[in-house]
Design a protein. Structure first.
Length: 185
């Protein structure tokens, strides 16, 4: 069976879109993966994380923040879309109407109800091997955040801890407890 390419994926997305179907697709080793929608708690955590990150990055003009729809063509020609990603201004001076052909500086994966931790860890590891500087795994079930770097052991954070990534965003802080959706009375 022939290996599928990014162009094949684009054609499939166009066909699905014309049929009124909107799926998030990724390409890995010539195979297309359909990414299902995430549960609303994971989605809200993603929105909260993006808001914290954007509020710091935008006024300082440090770079660009993307949601789970932002596709990146990796050096191995796979097309991947982290739940949240950041690319510094030096590396992406202007947004484009196509997939970015680079590895994000920061990738965030948020465990949704149907996800398995191992597959998310593997995806983060792949990004780090390709050149990402920081990988973050958010697990709403355990209310933990794990920070991965290309070298060294992962760092596990919980409520009461503060997330920082000084090598990438000096001065930025996100309290772990603020990532979880509030409960309203």
């Amino acid at each position: 069976m022939p290996q599928l390419t990014v162009k094949d994926l684009e054609q499939l997305q166009a066909t699905l879109s014309e049929a009124g179907l909107d799926y998030q697709l990724e390409l890995e080793d010539g195979k297309i993966s359909v990414m299902g929608p995430s549960d609303i708690e994971s989605s809200e955590i993603g929105a909260r994380f993006i808001a914290f990150l954007f509020a710091w990055i935008n006024p300082r003009r440090l770079g660009r923040v993307f949601d789970s729809s932002g596709g990146f063509i990796m050096p191995d020609t796979n097309l991947k879309a982290p739940d949240v990603s950041y690319v510094s201004a030096e590396r992406l001076k202007k947004s484009q109407r196509y997939f970015a052909e680079l590895v994000p500086d920061l990738v965030v994966e948020i465990k949704s109800q149907s996800d398995r931790i191992k597959s998310l860890q593997d995806k983060i590891k792949m990004f780090l091997e390709m050149g990402a500087l920081i990988g973050i795994l958010i697990d709403p079930d355990e209310q933990t955040v794990t920070v991965y770097r290309p070298t060294g052991n992962p760092i596990l954070l919980g409520n009461g801890d503060i997330l920082t990534v000084p090598e990438l965003l000096a001065g930025w802080e996100a309290p772990i407890s603020e990532l979880w959706p509030p409960e309203f009375d």
